[in-house]
Write a protein that binds this ligand. Structure first.
Ligand code: ATP
Ligand code: MN
Length: 271
């Protein structure tokens, strides 16, 4: 008769790597003698891991977090398609160290583009994260309690400006304000009541509000049911090297597009 430990030991049989998501230093040390390489996935490399994948956003959805970590590790060459890895991760918050073990088979199809979205975009990862945060926050609270939509085009701003036109005066015309600044977040939320898109530069400068995007929609494949805002947001990312972060007024979801493709869907309520 097998004990529970014997039976569940299969879980780590033959794994090629151990992924530790946001481990404390003590927890990381516990695995110092592990007979497989350790990969740390966290917002910062506090533990000084040799193999480290930076998590730019605390993906609340565990699947997204896992996917991000695995994709990042593939990009860094820590793992490859065909490998199997054991991921130690927290599903529930506040529990201190990780509470779950997930066995993941690394395969090419796992590359959703999440990792690329942050690390392989023209815009700085911190800028992308800050825009996500504004969009998520806006999605959670709405505008004075009412659902609101918003469209942020991030990076490659010169080209994006050339493929769009103003719907109204640009309140950011002569200003040098950046996303992430608390005052700016209030402004962005205020202006999101009005039409059009926000254009943000690679370094996070808000270049314009109220832009009507005029990309060619040719070859853009976005899910049916999404309207003009999403189409325009998706299409501009095919025409330029920008990414688009779209908050839907109708279903409340935050979506990210890159290269004309929907990469990521986040439910702000989960954050
Ligand atoms: N080409 C565009 N460029 C910039 N903004 C646009 C463009 N097309 C639509 N919008 C903005 O999107 C708003 C909503 O349009 P629409 O309902 O068709 O989009 P949607 O994709 O269904 O988004 P939602 O889910 O928020 O309703 C418009 O009022 C307008 O502000
Ligand atoms: Mn709509």
């Amino acid at each position: 008769m097998a004990t529970l430990r014997d039976s569940l030991g299969d879980f780590v049989d033959g794994v090629d790597g151990l992924f530790l998501f946001s481990p404390s230093a003590a927890y990381y040390e516990r695995f110092a003698d592990a007979d497989v390489p350790r990969v740390v996935v966290a917002d910062e490399n506090d533990v000084g891991a040799e193999s480290f994948v930076e998590l730019p956003l605390e993906f609340d959805n565990v699947r997204d977090r896992l996917r991000f970590g695995v994709e990042g590790a593939m990009e860094h060459g820590f793992v490859a398609a065909g490998d199997t890895v054991a991921c130690v991760i927290s599903v529930f918050e506040g529990g201190g160290d990780a509470d779950s073990l997930v066995r993941v088979r690394v395969d090419e199809a796992m590359r959703s583009g999440i990792y690329d979205l942050f690390t392989d975009s023209r815009a700085e990862p911190g800028v992308i994260r800050d825009v996500f945060e504004v969009a998520i926050d806006l999605g959670k609270k709405g505008q004075k309690g009412k659902p609101v939509g918003a469209l942020f085009v991030v990076g490659d701003a010169g080209k994006v400006m050339n493929k769009s036109r103003p719907l109204s005066y640009n309140p950011f015309e002569k200003s040098h304000v950046h996303v992430g600044d608390p005052i700016v977040n209030v402004m962005l939320k205020e202006f999101s009541r009005l039409d059009g898109a926000f254009i943000v530069s690679d370094s996070g400068k808000i270049v314009s509000a109220y832009r009507y995007l005029e990309p060619s929609a040719e070859g853009v494949d976005i899910p049916k049911g999404l309207g003009a805002r999403h189409m325009a947001g998706g299409a501009i990312t095919r025409d330029t090297n920008a990414i688009a972060i779209v908050l839907s007024e109708s279903d409340g979801m935050v979506r990210a597009f890159k290269g004309g493709t929907l990469i990521l869907e986040i439910d702000p309520e989960g954050y």
